[in-house]
Design a protein around this ligand. Structure first.
Ligand code: NAP
Length: 333
């Protein structure tokens, strides 16, 4: 390992906020059991917030964001991992209160590390990242609550985003009829390529209504948007169907009534990837490498370097990014 390496560091003082690539040494890394040579990270909504002065993600400065990383173990004081092994680490405190993946080297807790499953490259693992894992967790919970392709169409909202794009592609691969909603007129062809059969506008799925129940449309839904969109989904879900609530890009306040729950037995499923138990986490990474592996990962993802992060994170927060952004560290794989 070289004496110094590159990392993307955010810093906030009383006078200024900075976010830029700079040199660090191993001594700058927090203590933890597994030292990883990071090949790829990725940009999630949370990472974009971490790169802004008032994002309310980072607990103390200076800090290295990046809630996802994939790379090769350099050394491990935990016997479960060995030098040379390819691994993934996402979630927990990574990139929030523990230096994250926007760095050529990272030291992480052994309890956060998942061996790279057969069937995925390190780059593919980061094309998926937390967004892909969240989509897989949502699909898993919908299935556990009875969703099958025979039950009817599934709506994915915020469909051109990271969670949305992967969810559309996974559901289509599993044989579901997928309806996608988006605010991006220009991306209808992209969503069709991922497997959406019908595209709705963002306005249509976020319209306010005084009616507690509306026409039954969806057997299930995956919703990274929240707010008025989540309220719309709850009142338009079919009898016994499920809504997987994943995010809040469209707002955090949900105006609903009790009627969809007591008259239509609608299930509102909370989806949290951060503290998903390790057993299920490993199972879902294996599924992401096999039956849930998206067929269009190349169309969904693009690659950037650390130096491009300021522009990428700003664009993501303004809703301008499509799909997933992989961050290559050094030479990558
Ligand atoms: N709970 C968890 O563990 C977990 C894990 C991963 C992600 N999340 C959450 O899921 C959400 C999405 O994450 P992501 O990585 O997919 O983000 P993303 O790539 O930025 O995608 C979000 C999408 O939401 C839509 N959108 C943006 N602004 C909107 C607005 N004002 N109103 C309605 N829709 C809007 C856009 O899609 P269209 O242009 O296609 O409409 C955008 O592409 C975030 O809130 C994130 O924090 C939660």
């Amino acid at each position: 390992m070289s004496a110094s390496f590159r990392a993307f560091v955010v810093n906030k003082t009383a006078e200024q906020f900075t976010a830029q690539a700079q040199a660090l040494t191993k001594d700058n890394l927090p203590p933890a059991e597994v030292l990883i040579h990071v090949a790829y990270s990725s940009v999630n909504y949370k990472d974009a917030l971490a790169c802004t002065p008032d994002g309310k993600i980072v607990r103390s400065y200076p800090f290295v964001p990046g809630i996802d990383l994939a790379g090769v173990v350099v050394e491990s004081s935990d016997e479960r991992f060995h030098a040379g092994e390819k691994v993934i680490a996402t979630s927990y405190d990574l990139g929030v209160s523990h230096y994250g993946g926007f760095s050529e080297y990272a030291r992480v807790r052994a309890n956060w590390v998942v061996p790279l499953p057969r069937g995925l490259t390190l780059k593919e693992a980061m094309a998926l990242g937390t967004a892909g894992f969240e989509a897989a967790l949502a699909v898993h919970k919908l299935e556990k609550n009875g969703l099958t392709p025979q039950r009817g169409p599934v709506l994915v909202t915020g469909a051109t985003g990271g969670v949305g794009s992967i969810a559309v592609n996974i559901l289509a691969k599993l044989g579901h009829t997928v309806v996608a909603s988006t605010g991006k007129q220009a991306e209808h062809a992209y969503l069709k390529e991922l497997g959406a059969s019908t595209i709705l506008s963002r306005e249509e799925v976020s319209a306010e209504s005084n009616r507690p129940l509306e026409k039954e449309l969806w057997a299930g839904s995956i919703d990274p948007v929240g707010g008025a969109t989540l309220a719309y989904l709850i009142r338009t879900t079919k009898y016994g169907g499920s809504v997987a609530a994943c995010g809040l890009t469209g707002g955090s306040t949900v105006n609903t009534t009790v009627f969809p729950f007591i008259l239509r037995a609608v299930n509102l499923l909370g989806i949290d990837s951060v503290f998903c138990p390790m057993g299920l986490r490993r199972e879902l990474w294996h599924r992401l490498a096999s039956d849930l592996k998206p067929t269009k990962l190349d169309s969904i993802s693009r690659e950037v370097t650390l130096d491009e992060l300021p522009q990428v994170t700003a664009s993501l927060l303004s809703g301008g990014v499509r799909g997933r952004t992989i961050v290559r560290l050094g030479d990558g794989e």
